[in-house]
Design a protein around this ligand. Structure first.
Ligand code: NDP
Length: 313
């Protein structure tokens, strides 16, 4: 297998990966960046991004990511298509296999592989992608001002998304499959005290309908019970908040992860327990998951990589 030696390897091409690349390039670390499964990351599947500083009129997710890519390329990042398929982090230099056919040996590794929102697996989620189906209220909520939306899930994320949407939309339905919320008591209380949030317990979404985008959701009430029934609920937007899966599988053998799989770093820093290995963006962030927070952690990761290389010279 062909082996290449580099000083800084970045995995992932979302805001964390590209920001790490910009900083690492400018620090002369000659970074190599592999784009991964979804070049440009999760932002490429949202529509308009209106909360990223520096874009007063908003920007599409794809345009923002193209800007970041060009900025990283301008400073010399070697950006390549390819997916990390194996990791060997037992000792430095760390070894990453790309596409199962090539090994990169690196002194520093920045893992910015992101997270993937979970979907229910309904065919209609694909059919209405970008037309009323979203997995990010902060990204897309603004388009539902004074409209009716539904959020699926009963955890902290779902409650947070419902609360966020309640300040924009006229009405928010929280579709919860069980008879109770899993969210923290404080979050539950906030949701219950918000007059325009209506919780539908024991409801499962089974399909969506609409001519031009989502116009409603088909629900199964009390699934599996003798009085199970199907109901339809008119809505304009359908938000999934049933959890995210961090793309950390390759690294679990070598790094600490929490029970969901998020890579654990020193609080407030991208440093993992391995010297020279950093985790930035959503793969290490169960809480904020914003483009700007991912970008900031990518910046920190590159700065830490630079410091590490200087210290180990
Ligand atoms: P959780 O795993 O906590 O909750 C997922 C929710 O989605 C549950 O209510 C679950 O239902 C529901 N769900 C899962 N799959 C399906 C499905 N197929 N159909 C219908 N419903 C489904 O994920 P979260 O993203 O909410 O939270 C992840 C972690 O992040 C938690 O530890 C949470 O506390 C934390 N967090 C903290 C925040 C804060 O402190 N501000 C904000 C956001 C998250 P069921 O209960 O039936 O399994």
């Amino acid at each position: 297998m062909k082996t290449e030696k580099v000083r800084c390897l970045i995995l992932g091409s979302g805001p964390a990966g590209y920001t790490a690349a910009i900083y690492a390039s400018r620090a002369n670390l000659n970074p190599v960046l592999y784009e991964g499964i979804q070049p440009g990351g999760q932002l490429t599947i949202t529509t308009e991004v209106e909360n990223f500083p520096g874009y007063p009129h908003g920007v599409t997710g794809t345009a923002l990511m193209e800007d970041l890519r060009q900025q990283a390329a301008r400073f010399g990042t070697d950006i390549r298509a390819g997916i990390a398929t194996a990791a060997h982090l037992s000792a430095s230099p760390y070894r990453i296999t790309i596409d199962g056919e090539q090994t990169v040996e690196t002194e520093t590794l920045i893992i910015a592989t992101g997270a993937t929102a979970k979907y229910l697996g309904l065919a209609d989620e694909q059919k209405y992608a970008g037309q009323g189906v979203s997995a990010c209220a902060t990204c897309d909520g603004f388009f539902y001002r004074k409209k009716t939306v539904a959020v699926v899930g009963g955890g902290d994320t779902a409650c947070e998304e419902a609360l966020y949407l309640s300040s924009l939309a006229a009405k928010v339905y929280l579709i919860v499959r069980k008879n109770y919320l899993r969210a923290s008591m404080a979050m539950q209380q906030k949701v219950r005290e918000t007059p325009n949030i209506h919780i539908l317990f024991a409801h499962n979404a089974i399909g969506l309908y609409g001519e031009n985008g989502v116009e409603g959701v088909h629900l199964l009430r009390r699934k599996g019970e003798p009085d199970e029934e199907q109901v339809s609920l008119p809505i304009d937007g359908f938000f999934l908040a049933i959890g995210h899966t961090p793309n950390s599988g390759l690294f679990k053998e070598w790094l600490d992860t929490d029970e969901t799989g998020y890579i654990q770093t020193l609080p407030g820093s991208p440093c993992t327990k391995l010297p020279g290995v950093f985790a930035a963006g959503d793969v290490a962030d169960p809480h904020y998951r914003q483009a700007i927070t991912a970008a900031a952690s990518g910046c920190k990761a590159a700065m830490e990589a630079d410091r590490y290389l200087l210290a180990t010279k």
